[in-house]
Design a protein around this ligand. Sequence first.
Ligand SMILES: NC(=O)c1ccc[n+]([C@@H]2O[C@H](COP(=O)([O-])OP(=O)(O)OC[C@H]3O[C@@H](n4cnc5c(N)ncnc54)[C@H](OP(=O)(O)O)[C@@H]3O)[C@@H](O)[C@H]2O)c1
Length: 307
Amino acid sequence: MKAIQYKAFGNSDVIEVVGIPTPEIKNENGVLIKVKAASVNPLDFKIRLGYMQKMRPVQLPYTPGLDVSGIITAIGTEITNFKVGDEVIAVTMGNAYAEFVVANENFVTLKPSNVSFEEATSLAVNLGTAQTILFTEGKLTKGQKVLIQGAAGSVGATMVQLAKNNDLYVIATASGKGVELVKSLGADEVIDYKTQDVSLLVKDVDLVADCAGGDSQAKLFELLKSGGKLLSIAGMPSPELAAKFNVDARFISSDLSAKSLENGLSLVSEGKLKPIVSKTFKLEEAAQAQDFVSGGGVNGKVVLIVG
Ligand SMILES: NC(=O)c1ccc[n+]([C@@H]2O[C@H](COP(=O)([O-])OP(=O)(O)OC[C@H]3O[C@@H](n4cnc5c(N)ncnc54)[C@H](OP(=O)(O)O)[C@@H]3O)[C@@H](O)[C@H]2O)c1
């Protein structure tokens, strides 16, 4: 089958299109998926650059890609929830930029019938991450206030929609054309972080959901009420600032299991939460696709069309 691989860490020119054997189901809980579309996540270029080798090592040669949509072509002996021919979304945490991939059934879920394959793949990491931050870890309830930093990004734009559908009060930061996007998604307040100082405009939020990381994170502590939470998916918060502001500040690894996607996918099926695909590339254009994501200013998910 055709796949994308690299044999060394580095810039996107290490990326090659290769022919490799089609994977086989190695345990009873696996399903083989013919990939229709694969997501391009920021983690993909961070792994390629070698930045994640301490935290999340991979072996070379490596086939990138965390999540796909596609059609099941074979199932393990213990599989009862799926059958050959089912259209699904799956999180594989590797090997997804390829014509076929094997996934564990706990990370496979049926594709909502009202979205395309390219839209469907954009949902997996985004919904699982938003659910983890807002509810599993954030434990927010109706009427509580969340500030979403990086709200026009791929995860952020999904988080805004999940939060509004669950009756949270949403303050969103974005820039450029992202400001209009997050307004259109229903955010209650939108702050252009490039022209306005969020720390002067926002106080007493219950949760800061940091989807941007970097130097901007330190200021976010000031926005929280005492006892609030700063949960980041993009950088380890300072324990010193957490103690100073009396907040629960943590880096969060998302729960991307099928269970974690349930709440969001039911909203998608009802037409209440929309997938946002920023741009599509062919599988063979994986290098350009990763460069497009790492260049920033992308609103929504970048997707590889595979089959
Ligand atoms: N821990 C986990 O489990 C997990 C899961 C998913 C994603 N992630 C990580 O979370 C991050 C977000 O993922 P993504 O797919 O949503 O990436 P993305 O689409 O690139 O979105 C990042 C957003 O952050 C915004 N941003 C950058 N600097 C900012 C600042 N100073 N203030 C406010 N916003 C700022 C960007 O806005 P502009 O367009 O204005 O630059 C962009 O909209 C990535 O680092 C990714 O690797 C982690």
